[in-house]
Ligand binder design. Sequence first.
Ligand code: PLP
Length: 381
Amino acid sequence: MNVYFDNAATTPLDPEVLDAMLPFLQNHFGNPSSIHGHGRQVRAAIENARKTIAHLINAAPAEIVFTSCGTEADNYAAFGSVPTLGLTHGITSKLEHHAVLHTMQALEKQGMELSYLRHDAQGRLDLAHLEELLATHPRTFVSLMHANNEIGNLNDIVAIGDICAQHNAVFHTDTVQTMGHYKHDVQQLKANFLVGSAHKFHGPKGIGFLYRRSGQTVNALIHGGSQERNQRAGTENVYGIVGLAKSLEIAYRGMAEHQQHIQGLKDRFMAKLRAEIEGVEFNGTSAESDQSLYTVLSVSLPPSDLNEMLLFNLDINHISCSGGSACTSGANAGSHVLNALGCDPNRGTIRFSMSKYNTAEEVDYAVVQLAKMYRREPLKV
Ligand code: PLP
């Protein structure tokens, strides 16, 4: 069996998405900025994609700006608004993805005061602290993610948005791990910025978008031509944009069914691990379904000399998963999130992240292989 449990790092392309993209790789090659027929045809595809995405998150098409990835969208929101609006203070948390954390720290180096929101040992954010910080800092940019990519914690972005709105703070939420997995409605949510990245929901790599609330001032990050209404220069990644819209459309179409299927796999994983491995625990709020992203299970394994070889041993049994986040190359010691939670460095951590393509048999196989390791049975199957 060859099993892929690293869907928080990236997901396989849905064949229907590839079908939608192929004409723009093979035939429709015009530059969308050209005014002739070849260009106009491609421009129409981009604008249709923008309308599709806007419709799905209940936004206006002009509020969607295409970017090269989620990281760029995070940078664009922060660097595009903090200096432009004269915001002197930023709030984030030590549990954010580096796309946000390092961006906020770069702004701090440029003079912005930076505060880190307190959280408990499970990573639950302290919203009373948010209120306190906002009450004393009138010009603030708040960046707090919807779901954590390593431990799967879900933050209450509705409540955070309400608090930010009460204090006139600009609120950016990194929704990279939840876009395509939950329904976002920007009319209900008081956020100024949301982010999507197609490769996290069975779309292509190298394409993302920023939702930017209408009326929200933000300066371009990349300068040059007048693409994206002067907000993001450079010839558009047309087949990426088409694939992004198609993958989000498919994600919304099958969302309820996939959520049920994947949550079922996660519950099975937890039950089987508890039965097979004594002392197993789950990081963050992973085990609480109403506070955790259904696609991510962060497993904390009891101290053992085997832990250092955990990922390697799973890999030789054809199971791909991650130690924390792919962005830290799977090294547990390198996980700033687990460190911020104060996790015991002697315990092993594995992140299993699932998609609609995973099956119960794959879960059972992974648990059997892991349990064999702890029983020190021969590894190779
Ligand atoms: N934010 C979060 C929470 C992520 O999980 C990731 C990718 O893992 C990113 C941002 C970066 O997205 P991209 O790979 O599209 O740059």
